[in-house]
Write a protein that binds this ligand. Structure first.
Ligand code: AMP
Ligand code: GLY
Length: 432
């Protein structure tokens, strides 16, 4: 098979690494990819088309006779890349534009959850500033979460510790346009507490297979301090996901969601990534994503023992059987190293062009993201630069292995957390 991967981050590097191992594969292309992944995986073929240039991607796939396209980023999905490819008789791993609303519209996701009886935070939806602010005045809640509809690149959610903060958030979204657009639809929801668990499942629109779990670390600095980021590291499987949780989450959250989407004539195929909170009253759904997580994928792919290509193909062809996926019994820790200034929200801009030096040997797997290659040198290209995934029998051993490599990698201004997986471990240990 000839396979095209769409996207350019560490997630796509991990997908490419896994897909290249498939016995079914003859050639793997990535559009546009990054200089680091092509340096690390010389068998990979770069394609100079951006992930959002869906018409150009279609022309390339038709010309090259690509057998399967695997889509990484959400914005390509929301642009309808899968609809376009399917209409041209092509096989593609990912959901339709309509099904991608599970991520692109928070009000749509809530509507599906309600219809399917999926546990989620109590909420109210608002279409205007007046109604939202009256609600804030009236509600018995003191803490609450304000969520703007639409793709806000992680900036659309404000956790508010009092009514004044909630009022300000609504004003910022609906009147001050701080997201760069006027928020038309907004949710205010109940504040929940508990550890967050990300659950991944594959679906062909009809059948569903559990893939695995992970715990992301969204804040820039140790002890969950500093600004929000795309994710600074991952622990997988989630230490909070106990025996028996898979059955509960699949039966109460994942399967009812897939069934509701099918019932509405917008079957979901691809990977469903559910952001859950494990509250004292059970798992509640915070959000859905309709794609693989970054950097969750850099941990998940290293734990999957099965060939991934037949699974992706089965999703694309609508023939996914309810078989379980073989996973390594090991634990994975993934640590991200980000560029100077990342995420660019603290008054300094994100720097590019710092040279990256790597040791000859690493004990963990390296996945490149914001990296350019120039005259044989690897240079930072902003954002999350790279990440290291280590596997071991215990979380502690995996952490030691990953951090043993982090200290050997150098680029000016590198930022990384030193506590990936630690919080989870402490809480787990406390629970006995
Ligand atoms: P979301 O994009 O909906 O996942 O929200 C981003 C982050 O905000 C989550 O990862 C949580 O840490 C936090 N969050 C979202 N909803 C709630 C809630 N109802 N209660 C407490 N924290 C929340
Ligand atoms: N790491 C979070 C995400 O990919 O959405």
């Amino acid at each position: 098979m000839k396979i095209l991967i769409v996207g350019s981050g560490g997630r796509e590097h991990a997908l490419a690494w896994k897909i290249l191992q498939s016995i079914k594969v003859r050639q793997v292309f990535v559009a546009p990819g990054n200089g680091g992944m092509f340096h690390k995986l010389p068998n990979l073929t770069p394609v100079n088309i951006k992930a959002t240039e869906v018409e150009e991607l279609l022309a390339f796939v038709l010309k090259e006779k690509i057998d399967l396209t695997v889509v990484g980023p959400e914005n390509s999905l929301s642009l309808g890349i899968c609809d376009l490819f399917k209409a041209n008789g092509l096989k593609v791993f990912g959901p339709s534009k309509a099904a991608a609303q599970l991520e692109s519209s928070k009000t749509f996701a809530k509507e599906i959850m309600q219809a399917a009886n999926v546990p989620t935070a109590a909420y109210k939806a608002f279409k205007n500033f007046q109604a939202a602010s009256e609600f804030i005045e009236r509600t018995p809640w003191t803490q609450m979460v304000v969520k703007a509809d639409g793709l806000a690149a992680g900036k659309g959610v404000v956790v508010c510790s009092d009514k004044a903060a909630a009022f300000q958030a609504v004003k910022d979204f609906m009147l001050n346009d701080i997201l760069g657009f006027k928020v038309q639809d907004l949710l205010i929801e109940e504040f929940l507490v508990g550890p967050e668990v990300s659950v991944f499942a594959l679906s062909d629109g009809n059948n569903v297979t559990f893939l695995g779990t992970a715990g992301d670390h969204k804040r820039l600095r140790d002890h969950d301090q500093g600004p929000n980021t795309g994710g600074m590291g991952v622990i997988s499987p989630s230490p909070f996901f106990n025996d028996g949780d898979e059955e509960v989450v699949m039966n109460k959250i994942i399967k009812p969601t897939i069934a509701e989407m099918k019932k509405r004539g917008m079957p979901f195929s691809g990977v469903l990534f559910a952001g859950l909170m494990k509250t004292p009253n059970g798992y509640k759904t915070l959000e859905f994503n309709v794609r693989f997580g970054d950097p969750e994928t850099q941990a998940l792919m290293t734990l999957i023992e099965d060939d991934i290509v037949p699974l992706f193909l089965a999703c694309a062809e609508g023939v996914l059987h309810n078989t379980s996926i073989e996973m390594s019994p090991e634990k994975a820790i993934h640590v991200v190293m980000a560029a100077h200034g990342y995420p660019g929200t603290e008054g300094i801009s994100v720097r590019s062009g710092d040279e990256i030096t790597l040791p000859i040997e690493l004990k963990s797997k390296i996945f490149f993201a914001g990296v350019d290659r120039k005259d044989g040198h690897l240079l930072t290209a902003g954002g999350r630069v790279l990440g290291l995934t280590a596997l071991a029998d215990t979380y502690e051993a995996a952490r030691a292995k990953a951090y043993g490599d982090v200290v050997k990698i150098n680029f000016a201004g590198a930022q990384f957390r030193t506590d990936i997986g630690v919080q989870g471990l402490t809480k787990e240990a406390l629970r006995g």
